[in-house]
Design a protein around this ligand. Structure first.
Ligand code: SF4
Length: 454
């Protein structure tokens, strides 16, 4: 197969992996359309957006994960890059300014250690022979040896071991070749090495390059298994807490076969979006995973962003007095994000905070108006008690259903109200400030997370 054909095939095969943020524009023939060439975007530690060549080393795989287009039993064209071939492509794209880095994953075409060593070989050639200083994200293959992993972290900026499914039960059913404990074990090894490296370099006169300086991430496929949002959110929280992932990426399942173990249709994209919103609350806004899905709720509310849903369950904590509330309380108000909260604090310091100024501070008044006061004054029309269904309809970011239970007129969808940005707009950030979560449940323990796990 010609190199160009391989590139098209192996870039297309890599598009199912969401663990390096967004893919490039898919508009055929349009200026900036980058998807076809396998170019996607990711965010570096210092907030820069970088273009990456996102590609598989090989789409041959011994494993037969039911949800994967590259599974062993799929009848698809197969190809693998030679090391020299892929190095030439990366260097050529880099010199032409098409890309600033490489996201390299692979099917498990041989023993895990061999596969990862082959990926290391590409990275090694780029770094050592070609002097490539761009961003490299390498897939960590569970089961690879410690020596291979050690070298991968010296070569790559970021590593990611994909857990793919949120429970050991789902892995056993849909990805029987995968071992959840081995995947979490790989994440623990990566985290351990990052910690050791940071300790070793602390106070060193000449600081060598950090080991995997952009940390680790993972991907969870949503909707391929019947697992609930509660299980997904709890797992993500445990991963942020225990192995300090920088990001969990959620990827709505795309039907790739008629396997009866799989659903016939994909989950609504809104579900993926709600999970990103919940993730954002946990990583950035100080919510615990237990607060996101309280009581017996198994799934996130499709009609409300998770912060608004939490606020409606805790109306006793509102209204929040914006002239006095601390940062953490401001972040809990629907319609107020980190930028709005910062501007409120600045405006307070300058003595200019008023109800009238709130929209100009970036506050989404459609939702915030029902939850705030400024020096005792509520926004116009918001001071009266509203029945919960009416309030719910007013702050929903989806049109209310038609019918008897539709409370009042349906509010239009307000895209500004979707506070947590889509991953394509999110800096990978760090997991600092992740609040404690409840003790691990039995499913997490099965995956090797939680108290007593190795
Ligand atoms: S290991 Fe599973 S998910 Fe990964 S390429 Fe192979 S079949 Fe696909």
């Amino acid at each position: 197969m010609e190199t160009a054909e391989k590139l098209a095939l192996l870039a297309a095969s890599a598009r199912y992996d969401a663990s390096c943020a967004s893919s490039g524009s898919a508009r055929r023939g349009a200026l900036g359309a980058a998807n076809a060439g396998g170019v996607c975007h990711a965010w570096t530690e210092d907030g820069r957006c970088v273009s990456l060549l996102k590609v598989l080393l090989s789409n041959r795989c011994r494993y037969d994960c039911a949800y994967c287009a590259n599974r062993a039993s799929a009848e698809v064209p197969r190809a693998s890059f030679e090391t020299d071939e892929l190095v030439r492509i990366v260097v050529s794209f880099y010199r032409r300014n098409y890309i600033e880095g490489l996201f390299l994953s692979s099917g498990v075409f041989a023993e895990p250690d061999t596969v990862m060593e082959r990926m290391n070989e590409v990275a090694r050639r780029l770094r050592r022979d070609e002097g490539f200083g761009g961003y490299i994200h390498l897939k960590a293959i569970p089961g690879a040896g410690e020596r291979t992993l050690a070298e991968a972290g010296f070569l790559a900026d970021r590593l990611s071991a994909n857990i793919e499914l949120p429970t050991a039960r789902a892995l056993a059913s849909l990805a029987p070749d995968k071992d959840g404990r081995a995947i979490v074990g790989m994440m623990r090894s990566i985290d351990g090495r990052i910690r050791e490296d940071a300790d070793g370099r602390r106070g060193a006169a000449r600081r060598p390059r950090a080991w995997a300086p952009a940390g680790q991430s993972t991907q969870l496929v949503v909707g391929a298994s019947p697992d609930s949002d509660r299980e997904i959110v709890a797992l993500a929280g445990a991963l942020y807490r225990e192995v300090r992932l920088r990001r969990v990426y959620y990827s709505a399942y795309l039907p790739v076969s008629t396997d009866p173990r799989l659903p016939g249709s994909p989950p609504p994209l809104l579900r993926e979006h709600r999970l990103y919103q919940a993730d954002w609350l946990v990583r950035r806004y100080g919510f615990s995973t237990g607060e996101i899905l309280e009581d017996d709720a198994e799934n996130l509310d499709p009609d409300l962003d998770p912060k608004s849903a939490w606020a409606l369950r805790h109306l006793d904590r509102f209204p929040v007095e914006l002239a006095k509330a601390p940062w953490e309380e401001l972040l809990r108000v629907p319609g107020i994000g980190a930028t709005g909260a910062r501007r409120i604090l600045e405006s307070r310091r300058a003595g200019g905070l008023s109800l009238e100024a709130l929209p100009s501070l970036g506050i989404v008044m459609k939702r915030a108006r029902w939850f705030v006061t400024v020096r005792g004054r509520a926004p116009a029309g918001a001071g009266t008690d509203l029945a919960l269904p009416r309030l719910r309809a007013l702050i929903s970011d989806r049109p209310a259903p038609r019918g008897d239970d539709a409370p009042g007129s349906a509010p239009a969808v307000d895209t500004r109200s979707l506070e947590a940005p889509h991953p394509s707009a999110v800096h990978p950030g760090s997991a600092e400030g992740v609040p404690p979560v409840p003790a691990a449940d039995p499913l997490q323990l099965e995956l090797g997370l939680g108290k007593g796990a190795a």
